[in-house]
Write a protein that binds this ligand. Structure first.
Ligand code: AHM
Ligand code: MG
Length: 345
């Protein structure tokens, strides 16, 4: 007979919506959705799971450090960033959703090889951002953006498909491999920004951060201050200003992980600003417009934030080359406006 006075048994929490369920639900709300974008997201999330699993055991699997070694299976050991690059290409190229791809790790456009069909989308990615953090067990990530192709359907995609401004992005996002792994994406301001946390025991990303909105002002600034003496005076003026109490505004705290994807993720959740200005070594800035700045600008704007090159909105820059660099001021709207104003003098 049941013991009626016993405390209720605690049931395990029912996992929430998976990334796939979330995207399928979204697809149903759109009239003419063919499912191609949902499929492309599944391919990217599969790649993210494979990369995440290698990141978490990189030391054991022997894929830290330099290439040129041979693993126990007799295969050539790849550096983690090359592994991530190959994984994304392999997961996406056979899916029939993209016409061409671009990667920070690859000089030229990545063609879809025969016999795979070409789809209507164009995928660009930084397979493993912050690769300097790999060997020290700190956060790294994958950044991606998706455009519609501009060349005729039925043909192979070309460079022209890749050189599109950020304002024409259809969807963008990132995966962060940190104390937990998260998949964050947006399909624009009307859709919002949604974050999914990976449950490794189930092998799925679950919705954990619906409708992320960045505060209009934060209290953290993020910049490589080791470059102070390479900056132009305007940047030094802003950094001096941001570090001082000024009326109601308290001096900002400095946080710098050195992987833009992780610095921007913190900025998105807590507010504040991440800056990589031009300097003597990188007169056009260091970050790549197509693989780093544009996708994260798209996500940040969709969350209510802003992203500027210092002279224009990042999403309005029309790229002239695949690996073009840009300066970047990204984060809370008011913080970006202050920085751009003070740097300009
Ligand atoms: P990577 O994509 O080759 O890893 O490099 C880009 C990274 C950014 O993620 C990060 O914000 C920046 O480079 C750090 O640069 P620095 O070491 O000059 O501060
Ligand atoms: Mg990078």
């Amino acid at each position: 007979m049941a013991n009626r006075s016993a405390a209720p048994v605690a049931l395990p929490a029912i996992p929430g919506q998976t990334l796939e369920q979330h995207l399928i639900h979204r697809q149903r709300t759109l009239d003419q959705a063919s499912g191609e974008l949902t499929s492309l997201f599944s391919q990217i999330s599969l790649a993210a799971k494979i990369i995440a699993s290698q990141v978490s055991k990189a030391g054991l699997a022997g894929i830290l450090g330099l290439t040129g070694e041979v693993n126990v299976q007799g295969e050539e050991v790849k550096k983690l960033d090359l592994f991530a690059n190959t994984t994304l290409i392999r997961c996406v190229q056979q899916g029939g959703c993209v016409a061409v791809m671009g990667s920070e790790e690859v000089e030229e456009p990545i063609a879809i090889p025969e016999p795979y069909p070409c789809g209507k989308y164009v995928l660009q990615f930084d397979p493993l951002d912050g690769s300097g953090n790999i060997d020290i067990n700190a956060s790294i990530g994958t950044i991606f953006s998706i455009h519609r192709r501009v060349t005729p359907s039925g043909t192979r995609g070309t460079l022209e498909d890749l050189l599109q401004p950020g304002r024409d992005i259809v969807a963008a996002g990132y995966v962060i491999y940190g104390s937990s792994n998260m998949f964050v994406y947006s399909m624009g301001p009307a859709d919002g920004v949604h974050g999914f946390t990976y449950d490794p025991s189930i092998g799925e990303f679950f919705l954990s951060h619906p409708n992320i909105e960045i505060p209009s002002r934060g209290d953290t600034y993020s910049i490589n201050e080791g470059n102070t003496h390479k900056w132009e005076p305007g940047v030094r003026r802003w950094v001096d200003w941001v570090k001082q109490d000024d009326g109601d505004r308290k001096a900002y705290r400095l946080r710098y992980i050195g992987a833009m994807v992780a610095d921007v993720h913190r900025t998105l959740l807590n507010g504040g600003i991440f800056v990589y200005p031009p300097d003597r070594k990188n007169p056009r800035g260091k970050l790549r417009l197509l693989y780093e700045a544009s996708p994260l600008a798209f996500v940040t704007e969709a969350a209510g934030g802003a992203a500027s090159t210092g002279s224009e909105r990042v999403l309005d820059v029309v790229p002239g080359a695949l690996h073009e660099r840009t300066s970047l001021y990204i984060g809370s709207k008011d913080d970006v406006a202050d920085a751009v104003r003070i740097v300009a003098g």
